[in-house]
Design a protein around this ligand. Structure first.
Ligand code: AMP
Length: 358
């Protein structure tokens, strides 16, 4: 697809959370319609979309309907079943390409892919038994992070070892008998992420790296500019670009990095979608990550990713959302709430960006 999709065409979006919601809003601004595939009725995305298909992500009839009504299909989370994306791709363009899902759904595949294309990561070992765990920890000097290979997010499904394992068999069993990966513990100075985009014609663009702080495994804040040297920022951006090229990617990607004491980088994770650490772009750039993604998937020209001011984005998690009225009194603050009825602990309810005009 290299000719822009006609206005009023429909973009299918798999997943109905806040990322889908913000994608649907960006699509509407460019005069595109959206249909959301999501099992939870009245989900955040469907509240602002044209239509929702209420069904499981792998429901064949629902997928066929989505393909039938959509001119292009995209997704807002990386755990879309690959078979579902491939079924859709047989009859409608699917961006980012399903291969990006395959690579990013399994931490072992992901890290192997990154190393293969010359993007460095923490050392890692596949762990399929308690013996693998003990041997891996021994190889890493006793410390490491044990993670489930699949379906881990926001620090879920992880266990930190600081000084070997007293009971490798018990620790292995406690992870639920699923395939695991042990990563060497990285004593990083800070964490940054790059949100980058690639168009079908090969054009690329990247927003400035954000410096991210996590609390209880959940992103707390993203600060722009990140406290890294221009050389580190450039290296992170170039790594993101090589990932886009290697995947023949179309759309927005998020790449998270650890920054070492000497300014060196290790990639931690790739997210084949818009990313929480890119929410600041809606306030501090003329074209947000959401619009950038929509532009890429409908074959419109990518936007300029320049930042017009410094800023800090903070997530509103659980009861933090009660701060909304007070935040709205602040000048130079952009608030975004997700339309979720219940503020459960750990649930992302919204975010805000404090602009720091120069
Ligand atoms: P992840 O789910 O892989 O994104 O990990 C969540 C968070 O755990 C990261 O943002 C880091 O703060 C921390 N973390 C993950 N892997 C490592 C590692 N190998 N070394 C040190 N910290 C890590």
């Amino acid at each position: 697809m290299t000719k822009p999709l006609q206005q009023n065409s429909t973009i299918g979006i798999i997943g109905g959370g806040q990322l889908g919601r913000m994608l649907a809003m960006a699509a509407a601004r460019l005069s595109y319609r959206t249909v959301i595939l999501e099992p939870q009725a009245d989900c955040p995305a469907a509240q602002v979309a044209n239509r929702q298909i209420v069904a499981a992500y792998d429901d064949p009839a629902a997928l066929d309907e989505l393909a039938h009504v959509s001119a292009v299909v995209t997704y807002e989370f990386e755990n879309v079943p690959v078979a579902a994306a491939e079924r859709l791709a047989a009859s409608v363009p699917v961006f980012p390409p399903p291969r990006a899902l395959k690579v990013s759904q399994d931490r072992l595949t992901e890290k192997t892919f990154l190393n293969d294309i010359g993007v460095k990561t923490a050392d890692f070992r596949a762990v399929g038994s308690d013996g693998d765990l003990a041997a891996g920890l021994a190889a890493f000097g006793g410390s490491g992070i044990l993670k489930t290979r699949r379906l881990g997010y926001d620090g879920k499904g992880q266990r930190l070892f600081r000084d070997f394992a007293d009971d490798p068999a018990g620790d292995f069993a406690a992870m639920g008998g699923v395939p695991l990966i042990l990563e060497k513990f990285v004593p990083f100075d800070r964490e940054i992420s790059v949100i980058a985009a690639r168009a079908a014609d090969g054009a690329i663009a990247a927003f400035d790296p954000a410096e991210n702080v996590h609390r209880h495994g959940i992103l707390h804040s993203s600060t722009l500019p990140a406290s890294v040297s221009p050389a580190t920022a450039k290296a992170a951006t170039e790594a993101a670009f090589s990932i886009l090229e290697a995947l023949d990617y179309v759309g927005v990607i998020g790449v998270e990095f650890f920054v070492l004491g000497d300014g060196g980088l290790l990639a931690n994770e790739i997210a084949p979608r818009v990313h929480n650490s890119g929410h600041w772009t809606e306030a501090a750039c003329a074209v947000s990550q959401f619009e950038q993604h929509i532009r890429a998937v409908v074959a419109l020209p990518l936007g300029d990713a320049r930042r017009h001011c410094d800023c800090v984005m903070e997530n509103l998690v659980g009861d933090d959302v009660l701060r909304a009225p007070e935040l709205l009194r602040e000048p130079d603050l952009v608030l975004h709430l997700y339309g979720k009825a219940e503020a459960r602990p750990g649930r992302k309810m919204g975010h805000f960006t404090r602009l720091r005009p120069t």
